[in-house]
Ligand binder design. Sequence first.
Ligand code: TXA
Ligand code: MG
Length: 323
Amino acid sequence: MITSDLLNRAVETLRRGGVIALPTETVYGLAANCEDELAVRRVFAIKGRPATHPLIVHVARASELPSWARHVPEEAWRLAESFWPGPLTLVLPRTARATDAVTGGQDTVALRVPNHPVALAVLDALGGGVAAPSANRFGRVSPTSAEHVRADLGDEVDLILDGGPCTVGVESTIVDLSGKEPAVLRPGGLAVEELERVLGRKVPVRTSATVRVSGSLASHYAPRAGVVLSEPADVGARVTSLRARGHNVGVLGPPGLTLPPGVPRYDVPEDPAGAARALYTRLREADEQGHDVLVACLPRAEGLGIAVRDRLSRAAAPRPAGG
Ligand code: TXA
Ligand code: MG
């Protein structure tokens, strides 16, 4: 935890319209009081994110849902009860308290109760909602430690709260409950199988919806190096052929891969939850070594492996020129 002095400073900073970096269990957030339009605009400016992309409103507890959502279906209560605080975001029809600045003018609002003692203490003391996108520049790798935030945005935030490394490591799972049927808009730190177990039905993953989910742009979560995806059995051959073409190659993957001698490997464990926890840190470490290509080993497509595969695919997608 942090000292009560630091907690007070954080809350005062938010009250006077400042922007702070806040630890959560998924990734660090760039946090502003979501009822302060100027502060929210500053979050968009710092990230370099288009203002039409909506933000998640973080609250201290599920009982605050009705003040932000004008209709809270029974399935939302059930998910909140099972998984909050935790890596789950619910999209619901908004009340007027969720402003256009936060929702990007959409008729819905995204809400989540994060599972981190520092975030919960700040939200509780503030007594309101905090808009917090991941504390990285738009399109880049999300931060999973205070050090990552310092490296990316150090000078531009008013305060960085250090809550240690994130225990989940990928962003929350976003579930849209504003339509007739629930749908996953972004696979994340809560396994889709878990959602389905609690809802007692299949929940389709619809990552290319018409809503503006920036994490669902094809090219996102990208390091500077190019990323090439590979099944574990093919990694060695991929590396050999890339090296033959003159590339400086690094590998992201578990121990036990058959690799040509001298190829640096950045450890991303085989088990899906371990892979999620390590992914962004290893992407950053590999990027610092100046590789021009990273061959990323795909984890099994189950549990958090679905989120890891999603992020790796987006990191591997072709980027717009200059991006
Ligand atoms: O784990 C997380 O969710 C982290 C931590 C800091 O809580 N936050 C995060 O925020 O990932 P951000 O802004 O990077 O991603 C929020 C996603 C965006 O892709 C956004 O488009 C989507 O949530 N979103 C927000 N409001 C929405 C809405 N009303 N309908 C659909 N998608 C929405
Ligand atoms: Mg993000």
